[in-house]
Design a protein around this ligand. Structure first.
Ligand SMILES: [Zn+2]
Length: 251
């Protein structure tokens, strides 16, 4: 691993993370995220370049708009840092390879889905449709072992959530189902199943914790996307280790 590349990928992640925040927040509202200048949502003051530097602007402005002093959500710098870390980690794990390109696209899609589902309980179709052909091409160039694991993985991911939607009558959404279909192409059979399992575990633990601290009422819907995102990231990087460990404990 080359330290200079590591830092470069981290920096690239910070920049893209800041862009993904905008995409995740504007796309579900049908707002343009390419033409419009970024504005303060409180006072509509157009942000200058020095107010748009990932992390640094937030720190130097002490988390407030320079104009109206309204608080800026800490979600922005957090997602920038997370994306920076995910990009750098992808490079550290995979080196300069086709798989690294796939990993960067996967992390990108997952960060956008996370932001958008947290904020609007919605996984935009446009995001999935943008990444789907990219993943198909990259999995043709860099196939799983065996190659058809992607096809069965996608079908299985889609089908499991479809069954849950029918049985649970709204426990999960169509967005989750499509997301699992796309993930299946990248992850293959075993890992898409592991992602499903992990997302349920994470969802159950966080759901119980939130009930315990009374943050939500029993009937209040919670977005499931963020759990899928976390589970997919863990599985993508550590799925083989987890699966081998699990198999070795039951034999
Ligand atoms: Zn403002």
């Amino acid at each position: 691993m080359n330290t200079v590349y590591f830092i470069l990928f981290f920096g690239l992640g910070l920049l893209f993370g800041s862009f993904f925040n905008v995409v995740g927040l504007r796309l579900p509202q049908q707002k343009s995220f390419t033409n419009d200048r970024s504005i303060c949502p409180n006072c509509s003051h157009i942000l200058n370049w020095y107010e748009l530097i990932p992390i640094f602007s937030y720190i130097f402005q002490r988390g407030r708009c320079r104009h109206c002093k309204a608080k800026i959500s800490f979600i922005y710098p957090v997602m920038e840092l997370v994306t920076g870390f995910l990009f750098a980690h992808s490079y550290a794990q995979l080196g300069l390879s086709v798989e690294l390109i796939l990993a960067l696209f996967l992390m990108s899609m997952l960060v956008i889905v996370f932001v958008s589902d947290m904020k609007y309980m919605l996984i935009p179709n446009k995001v999935l449709l943008f990444f789907l052909p990219i993943f198909i091409v990259l999995r043709v160039l860099e196939p799983l072992e065996p190659w058809w694991s992607s096809i069965i993985g996608a079908t299985l991911g889609f089908a499991i959530i479809a069954v849950i939607i029918i049985v649970s009558n709204g426990g999960m959404g169509a967005g989750d189902m499509k997301l699992f279909g796309v993930l299946g192409i990248v992850l293959g059979i075993k890992k898409v199943l592991l992602t499903f399992f992990l997302s349920c575990v994470i969802g159950a633990v966080i759901g119980l914790l939130m009930l315990w601290i009374n943050r939500i009422h029993r009937k209040q819907p919670i977005p499931f996307g963020p759990y899928i995102v976390v589970a997919a990231i863990v599985t993508y990087f550590y799925g083989d280790i987890l699966i081998n460990w699990y198999v070795s404990t039951i034999i």
